[in-house]
Design a protein. Structure first.
Length: 401
């Protein structure tokens, strides 16, 4: 049996970022960038008008102008003829050459004199030279790097990639994940169930957890506790899977065949059993192809806790994010226990007005206690080296998502 930190290190050092692929803008959200994105042009690409109004040449004390022409955003640039004239101009337009100041339209009135239009400034209003102009290249110059590789893309960064004129960007390939629930007693929701059977809940939970990391829909399978069936189905599934996540069948029961079947398929056992509660029977192995196999214990809290503690960081690394940080929260209550194993304790986490997150542990009787999942936001990890955890102690926090 090994310690939690050692197990996590073995998993982490076995994972590698997957090769890269080019992905179109509409599918980039949440993906991890594998190349720098450089600016196509200066930003703004020209002196850009930032208010609907008139473009004028600044002259202290001037109150009236003659309207010369109109220029909308997207129109080719115009040229202001003289300081007595003004060009009506819209937000996003190129500042007219010969002008240097934009006066917003709520500060003047237009007076129609038949063949000419006059602009009359609001009395008492004093424009400042250069106002309401976003100068060319004041945000960045053409060729400057806007995004660095390793970054997980959000809608804001997709705007930046599009603004750089790119229809695609290189990102790391997403891990192909497969989920397998094992257990003769399990019956999926929607199928009729008998008194001695149990609802299969881990696979849908794992599929949701995988989707939370990669954004992809992940199919799941249900297999019985049968050596031959497991061997042939798992052999097949492993062929095109980067991460295989199993639940159940890794303890020491008579029908717990998962470890021996995986080893017979050439999956190298890296560890079995970790000094943690829940989730002690956790099994982890790797394949020469680089694929990873997690045999998570079947108790629902163990399954989810082991996913968050071990599988999720490995998936993120495979997807290209080597910068996975474990957040900490502070304990909201004194917590005393006599652990022999590192404890994963379900918690409710609440922020205070200073933005500090406080975790209130929800005690559970067994690792199969569902009531501790409802309402809990995730779990905290309490090392077995201590027996007393005082209020305010910072501990590692693993949210369900
Ligand atoms: P195992 O790890 O196979 O010994 O399973 C431990 C416990 O978790 C047993 O009570 C199982 O019935 C239960 N269990 C295993 N897999 C699932 C699942 N997919 N959904 C709900 N409960 C499960
Ligand atoms: Mg089982």
């Amino acid at each position: 049996m090994i310690e939690v930190a050692e197990a996590a290190e073995i998993v982490w050092s076995s994972a590698e970022a997957l090769p890269t692929e080019s992905v179109s803008l509409d599918r980039l959200n949440g993906r991890i960038l594998a190349e720098p994105i450089d600016a196509e042009r200066d930003q703004p690409p020209f002196d850009r008008v930032t208010m609907d109004g008139i473009a004028v040449r600044f002259e202290r004390g001037r109150k009236r102008w003659r309207l010369q022409t109109r220029q909308l955003a997207g129109d080719p640039p115009t040229r202001l003829a003289s300081e007595e004239q003004a060009i009506e101009i819209m937000t996003g337009a190129v500042l007219s050459s010969g002008s240097d100041t934009v006066i917003p339209n709520e500060r003047y009135e237009l007076i129609d004199n038949g063949d000419t239009t006059e602009v009359v400034l609001e009395s008492g209003y004093q424009p400042e030279k250069g106002q309401n102009i976003h100068r060319q290249a004041s945000d960045h110059i053409a060729g400057s790097t806007l995004l660095q590789p390793g970054h997980q893309l959000t809608p804001a960064e997709i705007a930046i990639i599009a603004s750089a004129g790119r229809t695609e960007a290189r990102v790391h390939r997403l891990p192909r994940a497969a989920i397998v629930a094992t257990g003769n007693e399990l019956v999926a929701a929607g199928d009729s169930i008998q008194a001695h059977e149990v609802r299969l809940s881990n696979a849908p939970a794992l599929a949701a957890a995988v989707k939370g990391v990669t954004g992809i829909d992940c199919d799941w399978h249900h297999l019985p506790d049968d050596r031959e069936v497991l061997a042939s189905a798992l052999g097949e599934i492993l062929r095109d899977t980067d991460i295989l996540i199993l639940s159940g069948g890794v303890s020491r029961g008579r029908a717990d065949y998962v470890p021996e079947v995986l080893e017979s398929l050439g999956v190298k056992r890296r560890f079995h059993r970790v000094r943690q509660k829940p989730g002690k029977p956790l099994w982890f192995g790797t394949v020469e192809t680089g694929s990873m196999v997690f045999g998570l214990p079947g108790n629902p809290i163990s399954t989810l806790a082991c996913f968050c503690r071990y599988v999720r960081p490995a998936m993120m690394l495979m997807a290209g994010n080597a910068n996975v940080q474990t957040p900490t929260v502070k304990l909201a209550n004194d917590w005393t226990f006599s652990p022999t194993l590192t404890a994963f304790v379900p918690v409710v986490v609440q922020p205070d007005s200073e933005g500090q997150s406080w975790a209130s542990p929800l005690p559970t009787n067994t690792s199969g206690d569902f009531s501790a999942l409802a309402g809990a936001h995730g779990f905290v990890e309490l090392a077995a080296t201590d027996t007393r955890f005082e209020v305010g102690r910072a501990v590692s926090y693993f949210p369900w998502r």
